[in-house]
Write a protein that binds this ligand. Structure first.
Ligand code: 3VV
Length: 203
C-alpha cells in the first residue's frame, strides 16, 4: 500500500527547486576535473542563485519554527525531505502496520568504496527509516543505539530497498530493525534502540 508520509504542507515549486539542486550536485560530482565546462563561470552562476535565495530567505529562527509545523512529518530531513537537496529523497510505503519500505537508487554523490554506497550514508538511511517506522507504528523516540552489520557492498546505480519495522515497545524502550537489500540480497542490516523522548519543538 502506497502511503504519503510527507507533510500536509506541500510546495511543488520548492520541491522542483530541490530536484534541480540534486541534479546540480550529481552533475558536479560527475564532472570533477574531467569536464570541458567553464567551472569558474558555473561557480559564478551558482553563487548568483545562492545570492537570490539568501536575499529572500527568512531568519533561521523563523524557519526553524516553520520546519516543525504539522504532525511530526517533516519536509526538510536529509533522508526523505522533498525540500532538502541532500535527501535522495526516499518515498515510503507501508508494508503493514509496523513496517515501511522505500525503493531508491543512489548515484555518485553517495559513493564510498568504488561504485558502492558510503557506509555512513547507509547508516543515515537506516537510522531515519527506523525512526519513521516507529512513527508509523505509533510510538516513536530518539536513537539511543544503532547497530549496523555490513554484509556485502551496497551498489550505486541499482534499486535499493530500505525496510524498517518496529519489533517491540517496552516502557520507553523501542526496538526496531531494518535492512537495505539489492537484487534480493541483504547489504546492510540494522538494529536500533530508541527511547521515547521528544525534544520541544521551536516556536
Ligand atoms: C499518519 C501519520 C504517520 C506518521 C508516521 C511518520 C512520522 C515520522 C516522523 C518523523 C520521523 C523522524 C525520524 C527521525 C529518525 C532520526 C532519529 C535521530 O536521529 S535522533 C538523534 C540522535 N539521537 C540523539 O541525539 C539522542 C541523544 N541521547 C539522548 O537524548 C538521551 O540519551 C536519550 C533520549 C536516548 C535517553 O535519555 P533519557 O534521559 O530520556 O532517558 P534515560 O533515563 O537515560 O534512559 C531511559 C532508559 O533507556 C535506557 N537507555 C538509554 N540509553 C541507552 C543506551 N544507549 N543503551 C541501552 N539503554 C539505554 C536507560 O538505561 C533507561 O533504562 P531503564 O528505564 O533504567 O531500564
Amino acid at each position: 500500500m502506497a502511503i504519503d508520509l510527507r507533510s500536509e504542507f506541500q510546495a511543488p515549486a520548492v520541491d522542483a527547486a530541490a530536484d534541480a539542486a540534486r541534479r546540480v550536485i550529481d552533475a558536479l560530482v560527475r564532472s570533477g576535473g574531467m569536464t570541458d565546462a567553464d567551472m569558474s563561470a558555473i561557480a559564478d552562476r551558482l553563487n548568483a542563485v545562492a545570492d537570490d535565495l539568501e536575499a529572500a530567505a527568512p531568519p533561521v529562527a523563523d524557519r526553524l519554527v516553520d520546519m516543525w509545523r504539522g504532525d511530526g512529518i517533516t519536509r526538510h530531513d536529509p533522508v526523505a525531505g522533498p525540500e532538502n537537496p541532500i535527501a535522495p529523497p526516499l518515498e515510503y510505503s507501508a508494508v503493514d502496520s509496523r513496517t515501511i519500505e522505500a525503493v531508491t537508487t543512489l548515484g555518485l554523490p553517495y559513493q564510498g568504496p568504488p561504485s558502492c554506497v558510503h557506509g555512513g550514508v547507509s547508516a543515515l538511511l537506516l537510522d531515519h527509516t527506523l525512526g519513521v517506522a516507529n512513527g508509523w507504528a505509533g510510538v516513536s523516540g530518539m536513537t539511543a543505539e544503532l547497530t549496523l552489520r555490513y554484509h556485502r557492498t551496497t551498489p550505486l546505480f541499482e534499486p535499493l530497498t530500505v525496510t524498517a519495522r518496529q519489533v517491540s515497545v517496552d516502557g520507553r524502550k523501542i526496538r526496531t530493525t531494518g535492512e537495505i537489500t539489492a537484487g534480493g540480497g541483504t547489504c546492510v542490516s540494522a538494529e536500533g534502540l530508541f527511547i521515547a523522548k521528544h525534544p520541544p519543538r521551536p516556536r
